[in-house]
Design a protein around this ligand. Structure first.
Ligand SMILES: [Fe+2]
Length: 280
C-alpha cells in the first residue's frame, strides 16, 4: 500500500493531537507501531475522516489489548460485542433527552473496577450540528504543575474508588446511580501513578469515582478531591473535542480525565461506536 506521510498536528493548545496519513481500515504493522508510539506521548489522539465498521474498530482495539464487552447487553453491537453503541437514539427512533447530560462530570472510566482499562475509543457516526463535544484533561501536565507541598502530600496517599461515589458522582447522579448486574465495592489506588510507557507521573484522582483516601477522614478527603479536580481541569490542561462524523478518537484511560460537554441541543441525534480496551 502507498503510505501517505504520517504526521502529528496539535488540535488543542495543550492537549489533543491529530494523526495524519492513516487509514485505520487498512492498518499495517508499521503504521500501528507509529500510532502506538505517538499515543504514549499524546494521550488524546484523533484520526479524521475514517470510515470504519464495527469489525475494523474491534480489530484496531485488539491491537492494543483486550476490548471488553459492555456490561449491559442492549448496548453491545450484535456482531462485535466488544464494540458498543453510545447513542441518544432509542430503538424506536426516539431521542433520549437525558442522553446529553450523561457523563458530564469529570472522570476516568472504571477506576472502581479491579482492572484498569488502557484506553477507550469513540467513532463518530452522527453528531449534533453544533457543540456536543467531549472534554479531556491532561493529568500528567496537571501533576507536573502541582505545588511541591501538594506533591509531597500526595506521595503516600492511596485513593479509594467506588462507582460514582465521589463528589462529582454524587452531584450528577445522587442516589439514582442505576442498576447494574454486578455489585461494586471499594478499590484502593495510589493517588499518583506512573505512565506504563513513559513513566511520567499522573495525578490519579477523579471526582466521580474517588470518594476518599486511606486513613483520612471524609471531611478532609472530600475537599481535597474537589481541590485536585478543580486544579486539574483548568483550561491550561484541557481540550474540547468538537466532533465531526468520521472521527475516530482514542484516549489514554490513565493519563487523562474526560467528560461530555453536555452543551448540545438534547433533541439532536448523536450516534457513536465505543470500545474500551484492557491489558492483555
Ligand atoms: Fe467515560
Amino acid at each position: 500500500m502507498t503510505t501517505a506521510a504520517l504526521a502529528l498536528r496539535p488540535l488543542g493548545e495543550h492537549l489533543g493531537t491529530e494523526a495524519l496519513g492513516v487509514d485505520l481500515s487498512r492498518l499495517d504493522d508499521d503504521t500501528f507501531a507509529w500510532i502506538a508510539k505517538s499515543f504514549a506521548e499524546h494521550p488524546v489522539l484523533v484520526f479524521r475522516d475514517q470510515h470504519l465498521s464495527a469489525k475494523d474498530i474491534a480489530s484496531f482495539g485488539r491491537r492494543f489489548g483486550i476490548p471488553r464487552k459492555h456490561a449491559l447487553v442492549k448496548y453491545r453491537h450484535p456482531d462485535y460485542p466488544e464494540v458498543s453503541w453510545l447513542t441518544n437514539v432509542e430503538a424506536d427512533g426516539r431521542i433520549d433527552w437525558y442522553g446529553v447530560k450523561r457523563a458530564t462530570e469529570w472522570h476516568t472510566d472504571s477506576t472502581y473496577e479491579k482492572e484498569l482499562p488502557v484506553l477507550a475509543m469513540l467513532h463518530a457516526l452522527e453528531v449534533p450540528s453544533k457543540k456536543g463535544g467531549t472534554m479531556f484533561a491532561d493529568m500528567r501536565a496537571a501533576y507536573d504543575a502541582l505545588p511541591a507541598a501538594m506533591k509531597d502530600r500526595l506521595a503516600g496517599l492511596v485513593g479509594l474508588h467506588g462507582r460514582s461515589s465521589g463528589p462529582a458522582g454524587e452531584r450528577l447522579y445522587g442516589a439514582d446511580k442505576g442498576e447494574t448486574e454486578r455489585h461494586y465495592g471499594e478499590v484502593p489506588r495510589p493517588a499518583v501513578i506512573n505512565h506504563p510507557v513513559t513513566k511520567r507521573p499522573i495525578l490519579f484522582v477523579n471526582p466521580m469515582h474517588t470518594h476518599g483516601f486511606q486513613g483520612m477522614a471524609r471531611d478532609e478527603a472530600w475537599p481535597l478531591i474537589e481541590e485536585l479536580a478543580t486544579f486539574a481541569t483548568q483550561e491550561r490542561f484541557t481540550y474540547y473535542h468538537s466532533w465531526r462524523p468520521g472521527d475516530q478518537l482514542m484516549w489514554d484511560e490513565r493519563a487523562t480525565m474526560h467528560r461530555g460537554a453536555g452543551d448540545a441541543d438534547p433533541q439532536e441525534r448523536r450516534v457513536m461506536m465505543r470500545t474500551i480496551v484492557y491489558p492483555n
